[in-house]
Design a protein around this ligand. Sequence first.
Ligand code: B1M
Length: 222
Amino acid sequence: MDPILSKLGEAVEFGKVDKNSPFPPQMKGQDGADELASQALANGLAPTDVLTEALVPAMDRVGQKFSENKIFVPQMLMSAKAMGAAMVHLKPFFQSGAVKAKGTFIIGTVKGDLHDIGKNLVAMMVEGGGWTIVDLGVDVNEDSFNQAVADNPGAVVGLSALLTTTMANMEEIVSKIKAVNPDTKVLVGGAPLTDEFRAKIGADFYSPDPRGAVEYLKELVA
Ligand code: B1M
């Protein structure tokens, strides 16, 4: 792996946001995710490699350490902040090129859930695929989704959940969206989901990653 990607992965894993950030003390004065992501792209590394070889595996290591009680919520939060600082540099690459003409994609992390990194990535890539994004943020309930559908007739809705507890909230949200607008297509995703779960809650499509979401949307308008 390119050494800069290893360093970037470490910066995210240990929550080093940028050179000036005091956390973690053992990385004082070193470049953080902000500088390293910028350098990686300036050196010509592909944005998708930066994402899949450095950033996503780093967050997986963070999750693993959290499961083993080796780190706690504040450290996870610093890693999320570092990931966000890196993603700022990736965003223009995923958004460039396409004309926004394919439709509107409403996306949100479901109620009770505050995880937004995966949701933001999906939004970024779908936008890059030519869709207008209405991002409702995190902790979004069925009324907010329905209001957004009313404001954007014909839009496709994407729901994200990262917790086994909050994925259960998707069922109510899907059924309330379908009760008001039966033709609205609902796409679901997030680490704990499966296609079996998607079928059980009556959503139209499950994608484990942003690429699948982009492909599904492409087929919808083909
Ligand atoms: Co939390 N957290 N967290 N967390 N967190 C997980 C999810 C966990 C797996 C960690 C662990 O225990 N190993 C665990 C969930 C266990 C479970 O339910 N199965 C967990 C827990 C327990 C919690 C808290 C309950 C901890 C606590 O307070 N005791 C708490 C809950 C807060 C809440 O939401 N109410 C909590 C809090 C947090 C932070 C706020 C500190 C922070 C989030 C900050 C933020 O998002 N701004 C955080 C983080 C960072 C994580 C981990 C470490 C990383 C998540 C992440 O960003 N991954 C995570 C462990 C892990 O995932 N390995 C963990 C990177 C991201 C690119 O991947 O989000 O999976 P992901 O998105 C992917 C796909 O899932 C997919 O595409 C993305 C790109 O490939 N995808 C979609 C996602 N949405 C999609 C939608 C689609 C399609 C695809 O279509 C619409």
